[in-house]
Write a protein that binds this ligand. Structure first.
Ligand SMILES: [Zn+2]
Length: 304
């Protein structure tokens, strides 16, 4: 099986100035991302700064989505990118080939009909929901059978600055009717290592498990060094636990990003730096000659 960790907004940059990875507190992360991972091109020959919607669509479809779209597209996939995800995503391929696959991230609202109405669907959410796949709701987060995007559930518990809820409020004014408030009150605060164990458990039951982490990109935009270290420390503990408990003889761990951002806090936008692609474990030899982020999906299809 493959456990696929998508980390938004992390590029490879060897300069130490304004680079939060160069602290003694993040040895695992720095080694994994900057030494063991291969640098991969996220610009894909298209003018401008690489962005999330096209970057993620490229990763999950194996197409140069920026070329097809005519430019890099930020945020959420537009109609054209949604079409690519609908027809060519890894999830579509896995479904058509009778593989067991899942998106491990937890959702506040897990009602597919409601989610489908949203314009604010990331590439991962869209490719999951579009094929009618259930998403993991609050009940699953409570039981440790889903991993919330921040890993620890802190933003679900301390909701004052939960941008998600604010966004939900915006696109579904009656949103409160669609999630269970009692469940929200029961969400436990967990350690990043617990999150890793929960994710490992989910991955053992599937041929392909995806987890998406995007606080790296959110913090990169804020240029806040203290916050960056906080977020990266969570990611450090999470990945350390994953690496320490993963069966590399039988399974394959993949980690990739869609564009640079947090590795250069001197600017608030994305960077053109190459992104790290870490692949280790069973059949890792398949994953040779990956130059662009869109090369990866083809190798994953070959894996199965
Ligand atoms: Zn992104």
């Amino acid at each position: 099986m493959i456990l696929f960790i998508f980390v938004d907004g992390v590029g490879i940059r060897s300069k130490k100035e304004n680079n939060p990875f160069f602290t003694e507190k993040l040895p695992v992360l720095r080694k994994l991302l900057f030494e063991e991972a291969e640098p991969v091109d996220a610009v894909m020959g298209i003018k401008g700064i690489p962005q999330s919607a096209t970057g993620q669509t490229s990763i999950f479809t194996g197409l140069n989505a920026s070329l097809i779209n005519g430019s890099h597209k930020e945020g959420f996939p537009n109609k054209l990118l949604r079409k690519l995800l609908k027809e060519k995503s890894i999830f579509r391929y896995l479904r058509d080939n009778d593989k067991k696959f899942t998106f491990a991230n937890g959702y506040i609202i897990d009602n597919l009909k409601i989610l489908k109405k949203s314009r604010f669907l990331s590439a991962t959410s869209y490719m999951t929901i579009e094929i009618g796949k259930k998403v993991r709701g609050l009940d699953k987060i409570i039981k440790g059978k889903a991993v919330y995007h921040d890993i620890t559930n802190l933003s679900l518990i301390d909701r004052k600055d939960n941008k998600f809820l604010k966004k939900i409020e915006k696109f579904i004014p009656e949103y409160e009717a669609y999630y269970n408030k009692d469940l929200l009150e029961k969400i436990p605060l967990i350690k990043p290592s617990d999150g890793a164990h929960n994710l490992l458990e989910i991955s053992r039951k599937n041929d392909f498990t995806l987890f998406e982490y995007f606080k790296t990109d959110m913090i990169g935009h804020k240029r806040d060094e203290d916050k960056a270290l906080e977020v990266l420390s969570d990611l450090e503990e999470f990945l350390k636990t994953l690496l320490g408990n993963f069966n590399f003889n039988k399974n394959t761990l993949i980690l990739v990003s869609d564009h640079g951002n947090i590795e250069d806090l001197s600017i608030s936008g994305h960077t053109k730096n190459p992104v790290p692609l870490f692949i280790s474990g069973y059949k890792e030899e398949i994953f040779q000659n990956i130059s662009y982020i869109y090369d990866l999906a083809h190798k994953i299809k070959e894996y199965y």
